[in-house]
Design a protein around this ligand. Structure first.
Ligand code: GTP
Length: 380
């Protein structure tokens, strides 16, 4: 076995995994997995050029090779940033491979310096991407798989830099049959496989979260959809019953936009959608994190306000009416308002029964002229 054979094995491995990713998950633009596909391609191209440089035009091909490997390490940092949902330092990611290329071409005649500098830069890039993963937030399993594999790989590349710069008599050349070269190329191969597995897991986690969002949120307003709200509200009331804090101070409120058909007819359906979005924003903005708010259907919203004292409810209701009128006036040039019915959930009362009572109050509010909130005893 020689180093060139191992390089060729890494090349083939990276190329095949990149192709397998394209075939199995496609090329989704700007995704983390797309950046990882670039990273694998960069490895294949880089090692291909380094192998070619042993045969002809060594300065040009080796310089292009290290630039491709550095670009590939940048793609690894980009992959980490994308999966962690953080902004990527684009300029640095481009500048490092370009700068490395210039320096490598300039010092190429001094093989130790060229190898040392190249390994220093690429090792630091790989460690950077790995540390982002290890210190990032979110599910641990894939972050640690990719982070540990990358960190081990980055440390070995840095060790090569230290050896070649400090003890060149121990470590002759990158291409020489030295134990460190064999170890680091085998580790690189393993870390490419582990990294691909880890980022595939991350990709699956993302898809899972997107599905959960799709299944539980109303796409127009971003509020909980009816099914999710019913489930969570039912659980909240059940938990209150179990701790004997039934009804406690929970208020259930059904809220329906007024004359919404007229809004659609006079201003168009997109303007109607805009009113619904603004209503969602107002509700999200005015309610506490512990409250549950959902889109019950059409232009109707449902709220479960936990531990809501009478005075607090009065103030909140006033703010909601006012904020919706103001926001619509400011954004759309016409005001919108709502009617609502509110009840205090009674000890032992089911969610369905509380909704029916709140709906009765809402119906009365509509009949009484709209633009108001009516409530059963105990809310205020
Ligand atoms: N733009 C838009 N309109 C919707 C959406 N969902 C339901 N609607 C419309 O909401 C309107 C509801 O009309 P109605 O039930 O008559 O109620 P309203 O006009 O608000 O009258 P009141 O409730 O009595 O004040 C209908 O025209 C529906 O088409 C939606 O997602 N977007």
């Amino acid at each position: 076995m020689d180093v060139v054979t191992l390089l060729a094995a890494v090349l083939v491995n990276a190329l095949l995994m990149s192709l397998a990713l394209v075939v199995s998950v496609g090329l989704r633009a700007r995704s983390g997995l797309q950046a990882w596909q670039f990273m694998l391609l960069g490895q294949a191209v880089g090692f291909g050029l380094l192998i070619a440089a042993t045969l002809a035009s060594p300065r040009l091909l080796a310089t292009l090779g290290v630039m491709a490997l550095s670009a590939s390490a940048s793609a690894m940092v980009l992959t980490s940033c994308r999966f962690l949902g953080r902004a990527a330092p684009r300029r640095a990611l481009v500048a490092v491979p370009l700068g490395l290329g210039v320096v490598h071409a300039a010092v190429f005649a001094d093989e130790h310096l060229a190898t040392g500098f190249t390994n220093l830069a690429i090792g630091a890039q790989i460690l950077w991407g790995s540390l982002l993963l290890l210190r990032g937030a979110g599910r641990v399993r894939w972050r640690w798989l990719c982070g540990v594999a990358g960190a081990a790989n980055g440390l070995l590349v840095l060790a090569r830099a230290v050896l070649v710069l400090g003890w060149p008599e121990i470590y002759p050349r990158f291409i020489a049959p030295h134990p460190l070269n064999f170890a680091s190329l085998m580790l690189l191969n393993a870390s490419l496989v582990l990294g691909t597995m880890g980022f595939l897991l991350a990709h699956r986690d993302e898809a899972e979260q997107a599905l959960v969002r799709l299944a539980s949120l109303d796409p127009l307003t971003g509020l909980l959809n009816r099914r999710e709200w019913m489930q969570r509200a039912g659980r909240a009331l059940g938990a209150a019953r179990a701790t004997d804090a039934a009804g406690d101070a929970a208020v259930l409120m059904m809220l329906d936009l007024d004359h919404f058909k007229r809004v659609n007819d006079e201003h168009g359906h997109p303007a109607g959608d805009e009113v619904l979005k603004l209503a969602g924003e107002v509700l999200r903005g005015e309610l506490r994190a512990s409250d549950l708010v959902g889109r019950y259907g059409g232009e109707e919203f449902c709220l479960l306000l936990r531990h809501c004292e009478p005075e607090a409810f009065g103030r909140l209701d006033g703010r909601l009416h006012q904020a919706l009128r103001r926001r619509c006036e400011a954004s759309l040039g016409f005001p919108a308002d709502f009617s609502a019915g509110a009840v205090r959930v009674q000890p032992g009362e089911s969610l369905a029964a509380a909704i029916a009572r709140a709906d009765d109050q809402l119906y009365r509010a509509k009949r009484a002229g709209r633009g108001r909130t009516l409530h059963a005893d105990g809310v205020l």
